[in-house]
Design a protein around this ligand. Structure first.
Ligand SMILES: Nc1nc2c(ncn2[C@@H]2O[C@H](COP(=O)(O)OP(=O)(O)OP(=O)(O)O)[C@@H](O)[C@H]2O)c(=O)[nH]1
Ligand SMILES: [Mg+2]
Length: 417
């Protein structure tokens, strides 16, 4: 008979630490989000320390007195480590680790850890490991102490089976190996992107803050069957599906990885090709969780990240999602976008209007064509059907009278000759 063995990973009990600078955002709400991240990574927040300072201390993150206070609190709360709300420099990490003699983590490490557990495709795994190693390569001294304290937990998990390297030389070897493997994978992505371009189908990317409801929307519209969960970063790898509108027009819809405040730079770098799905599309569907009290900051973060990725000159549709959770009339506005709609990906409310808007955008990119084709050229009707919309065909003595909408770029090639 099989024996049941209970394996219990030590649950990390951490204190969240932030520096609140004069003109910065509200530190408490930022720590709320950090608490969610820690929970997602399998840890538990047992306390908070916020220091008000002119600016972050360049050498130790916090000031001396606060560090002492934190040390006592660690003991009082029986905590196993701390998580700072900003990315620590190598010196800050080492100094805090020396002063506190506890496991020191930062926001970036926690996000990387979540990404590592979420990556499923080869490209996703390569990207996460690369980001993790780049983060580690410059912080080895402080990290080695911190990570060996518990022998596991946040910051030690790599993507999939692979163990994360902590030897400096081997890290650099592995980084170059990962880079060339990634280039290979990305060449494939480039090829399929070109194939899609040749199909003359318009493409829309679903972007937004993490947990806004992007995957739920794609599932609702296309039965994509993607994992949608009340968790941060449920989706890492982009999924593309065909969406057929009620009027018969079609477009490609891609679900993408969510954005977050202070998204680590290594991740943006490493995930550039994944994030860039939005760069090669025609329409941006920006999903906003309008039931979230931090909606404004979240929208700002999304626009900022899109700018960093060089996403511009698109048709922008803002979807104020989770409208089913709002009571009463809310004033929802977004001056940055071309269209704004209130929807619920969950109940389907407002999605008819979304399809109307998409249909109009698609049609506006097409050219109206009204011609008579000799019977010998009936084959051209196939092309019109494939790339455009055949409104009517009438068979007469002269030939076939056709009314249609076709994409501007194929117009010349489908005309009767
Ligand atoms: N009430 C309500 N809940 C929703 C709606 N849309 C999504 N949700 C819920 O919000 C949570 C997050 O949804 P996802 O679709 O996974 O969000 P996402 O934007 O893909 O998130 P990430 O992939 O983690 O960035 C899930 O629990 C959904 O059920 C909605 O319109 N109304
Ligand atoms: Mg998702």
């Amino acid at each position: 008979m099989a024996e049941l063995i209970e394996i219990k990973e030590v649950e990390e009990r951490v204190i969240l630490v932030a520096v609140s600078v004069a003109d910065g955002e509200d530190a408490e709400t930022s720590l709320d989000e950090l608490e969610e991240l820690v929970k997602t990574a399998g840890g538990m927040a047992v306390g908070r320390v916020i220091q008000n300072r002119e600016s972050i201390h360049p050498g130790t993150y916090l000031g001396k007195g606060k560090i002492q206070e934190l040390k006592e609190l660690l003991w009082e709360l029986d905590a196993t480590g701390i998580v700072c709300d900003d990315e620590l420099s190598p010196a800050q990490l080492r100094n805090l680790e020396d002063a506190l003699e506890t496991k020191v983590m930062d926001r970036t490490m926690v996000i990387l850890d979540i990404f590592a557990s979420r990556a499923t495709t080869r490209e996703g795994k390569l990207q996460v490991e690369l980001a993790q190693l780049k983060y580690r390569a410059v912080r080895l001294v402080g990290l080695r102490n911190s990570l060996s304290r518990l022998g596991g937990g946040i910051g030690t998990r790599g993507p999939g089976e692979s163990k994360l390297e902590i030897d400096r030389r081997r890290i650099h070897d592995r980084i170059s190996q990962l880079k060339s493997e990634l280039e290979e994978v990305q060449r494939h992505r480039e090829v399929s992107r070109q194939q899609r371009e040749r199909s003359h189908m318009l493409r829309a990317a679903i972007v937004g803050y993490t947990n806004a409801g992007k995957s739920t929307l794609l599932n609702r519209l296309t039965n994509a069957g993607i994992l949608a969960e009340d968790k941060l970063f449920a989706t890492l790898d982009p999924t593309t599906r065909n969406l057929r509108l009620p009027d018969g027009q079609e477009l490609l819809l891609t679900d993408t990885v969510g954005f977050i405040r202070k998204l680590p730079h290594h991740l943006i770098e490493a995930f550039k090709s994944t994030l860039e799905e939005a760069k090669y599309c025609d329409i941006i569907l920006h999903v906003v969780d309008c039931s979230n009290p931090r909606m404004d900051v979240q929208m700002y973060v999304v626009y900022d990240t899109l700018k960093e990725l060089g996403v511009q000159d698109k048709e922008f549709i803002t979807l104020f999602n989770k409208i089913d959770r709002l009571e009463g009339e809310a004033v929802l506005r977004d001056f940055h976008s071309d269209y704004q709609l209130k929807v619920s990906a969950k109940t389907g409310q407002g999605l008819d209007q979304l399809m109307n808007v998409l249909g109009n955008i698609l049609r506006s990119r097409k050219v109206y064509l009204e011609r008579t084709y000799p019977y010998a050229q009936a084959g051209k009707l196939q092309l019109i059907r494939k790339y455009g919309e055949l409104l009517s065909e009438e068979y007469g003595d002269e030939g076939i009278a056709v009314k249609a909408y076709v994409p501007a770029e194929v117009y010349a090639s489908v005309l009767p000759s």
